[in-house]
Design a protein around this ligand. Structure first.
Ligand code: GLY
Length: 381
């Protein structure tokens, strides 16, 4: 009902209530913010243990971000600069340039950044032709009042910001996509890989490449399409935190599919007073469980990073009910990993399936550490 339909007496009382509400908002905006009580378990500013963590493909990123922070760069700029190395790497088929394309053979990227001290975020989804989506996400955060831009509009925004456009599909990624197309079905018009008249080099590539063997080896229920990604999170000496997640998403996805990586709370989240969490793996599971936000909330309730990550893994396993997503023992037939860093500098990598590793750089150097995990990986048949 609009105001013009209100009886006069109701209209007057509604107007009075509106004025009162306006006065309350004005009063609230003048009230000093209540500062959180200082936490006894935290170091003094300047003395936080500087640390950067990442997925296992992120050692160059953690090292770069650590060096930049040591030279005074903010955590949010440092993590974006760190993952740029992996976004530009054609050999990583899960991120940026060289990422595996959608079902039409077009690379579509998702990315987000979150800045702890200002509690701000920026993200782009289904972005084509731009090598560094995390940098575009940073500009969304810095220059707009929005959090997420998608598709063609995200591309137009990136162009306006001066990002160069380029073809992101490498020959390697194109051949993997082609093999997937050929292998997909014997009911369509594409010839099977061993029947197709491809050049000898491509035939050898089909025979030898490990992703291709994985595509060819398994039925739909068993085959896990690659959902690589890089997540990177940082804590500086001032106790400032930030994180980013950037990906080409699920290989061979339906065009326009958006995963968890650009969704704040799903593929990443940071609360500067508590800690951060980010993820790689099957994004749909994170979207359905808002996993990164949930993990940070568990840390807020006092759980150490490892326990919070394990609890999220258990929750995802419990919430996975579609039969085609379960193995014969009722466990998820996909993988997910979480990277957790709390405000005191404790960190953990946690995986549904292990053994698995994640990357860390701190005063002790750059290394891979073991993830905690819920289930032992099955031997490949
Ligand atoms: N976690 C990456 C994706 O599902 O797109």
């Amino acid at each position: 009902m609009t105001d013009s339909h209100l009886p006069r007496r109701d209209f007057l009382s509604a107007a009075a209530a509106g004025l009162a509400a306006t006065a309350m908002v004005a009063e609230a905006s003048q009230r000093p913010r209540v500062a959180a009580a200082p936490r006894a378990d935290l170091p003094a500013p300047g003395e936080f243990p500087v640390k950067v963590i990442s997925s296992d493909n992120g050692q160059p990123a953690t090292q770069k971000a650590f060096e930049l922070m040591s030279a005074g760069t903010s955590p949010v700029d440092a993590v974006v600069a760190g993952v740029a190395l992996v976004e530009a790497d054609p050999s990583d088929t899960s991120v940026g340039y060289g990422g595996l394309p959608n079902e039409e053979g077009v690379v579509e990227l998702d990315a987000a950044v979150m800045d702890g001290p200002r509690h701000l975020a920026g993200a782009v989804a289904a972005l084509r032709n731009i090598k560094h989506p995390a940098q575009v996400a940073l500009q969304v955060m810095r220059l707009t009042d929005h959090v997420l831009l998608v598709g063609d509009a995200a591309l137009r925004f990136a162009r306006a910001m001066g990002f160069p456009e380029e073809n992101l599909l490498t020959e390697k990624a194109r051949k993997i996509w082609l093999h997937w197309k050929l292998h997909l079905s014997d009911q369509d018009d594409w010839l099977a890989p061993d029947q197709a008249d491809v050049d000898p080099e491509t035939a050898e590539f089909f025979r030898s490449h490990s992703v291709i063997r994985a595509v060819a080896a398994t039925s739909r229920a068993e085959f896990q399409r690659p959902t690589g990604t890089i997540h990177c999170a940082a804590l500086n000496a001032q106790g400032e935190m930030a994180c980013t997640t950037t990906t080409s998403g699920l290989a061979f996805k339906i065009p326009g599919r958006v995963g968890d990586s650009p969704i704040i709370g799903a593929g990443l989240y940071v609360d500067n007073e508590i800690g951060s969490c980010g993820s790689t793996g099957r994004g749909e599971a994170n979207l359905l469980n808002l996993s990164s936000f949930a993990a940070v909330e568990l840390m807020r309730s006092g759980m150490p990073p490892r326990d919070a990550g394990m609890e999220i893994c258990r929750r995802i396993a419990q919430h996975t009910r579609r039969p085609d997503l379960l193995d014969e023992q009722g466990r998820p037939n996909f993988d997910l990993k979480f990277y957790l860093l709390d405000k005191t500098g404790r960190h953990a990598g946690v995986s549904l399936y292990g053994p698995a590793k994640f990357a860390v750089t701190d005063a002790q150097g750059t290394r891979l550490e073991e993830c905690a995990f819920l289930y032992e990986k099955r031997e490949a048949k």
